[in-house]
Design a protein around this ligand. Sequence first.
Ligand code: KDG
Length: 339
Amino acid sequence: GGGGGNEQTEPAKDNNSASTEQPAAGNDVQERTIKAGIGLNEDHPQGIALKKFAELVSEKSGGKMKVQTFFAATLGDDQKMTEALQGGLQEVTIPSTSPLVGMVKEFGMFDFPFIFNNGEEADAVLDGPVGQKVLDKLPEHGLVGLAYWENGFRNLTNSKHPVETAKDFQGLKIRTMQNAVHLEVFQKLGANPTPMAFSEVFTALESKTVDGQENPLATIESNKFNEVQPYLSMTNHVYTPFVFLVSKKFWDQLSDTEKQIMKDSAVEAGKYNREVNREVNEKTKESLKAAGMQVNEVSDEAKAEMNEMIKPVIEKFSKDIGEDLVKEMYAEVEKVRNK
Ligand code: KDG
């Protein structure tokens, strides 16, 4: 009050009185139920790490915050779950960044083939300033990105023939993620790409609607694609990140402590996800061979030829995304590579 000599403090004005969902006080941890859904199976490194996330959140909140886990797209595919987060109907999902390019086009630069030579290079870019700049684009779309997890390096499977060089792509009908970079890259290689949600892939392969698909080895095994795909080619053509998303409508209700619990758990479970994923991918080539797949390597020369063919596609998307940011990404890769 402006009265002279009156030292009594007035209660702070409540600026949020219009909203029905009051944010929790700074340090408060309340009873919360967090629905978290993914497209992959419970036994996949992503599923294993999601369960780890649930444990961590429970531990750190003294059991007050409960994460309910949903696997194998039981809540819908990546796009549907992302929309559910925007609408405040679901709290967490961990999609590949690729199907999000319609919303945040900058994610598209992670879809450029042959950028990273290994997981460590990807970690450095994603966990550094470039990765953060892209996450910063999410809140305006009703989403908060807490961390990058790892889907990993993708390899091609198909039911027609071994793919060893660029010419072997000719005419192959390949399921791709719903992503313009992937679509145009496979077109340039002479394939016939068909974008499709992940949840439809097994049936499309089994019914021969498409000849092939590409995914990291852990997914090929977990989803039993080997049962309908005799040929596996170690193309390692592109790295796909996962992005840990939280509904902004939910996030805005959380106290600072609750936000910290979510963030720390997402980062910690993400480290675990990368570890498990790398171990699994390491041994899965052998287990897929043992399961009867015919596996072939792809030479560095063949990869260089593919990389040359797709150059115009990368140039086009670099312009569209913003050449400065794309350059910054390449510079970050160079930094770790030359360490
Ligand atoms: O949970 C994530 C999956 O739904 C999906 O992103 C897997 O890489 C994938 C794909 O091929 O769609």
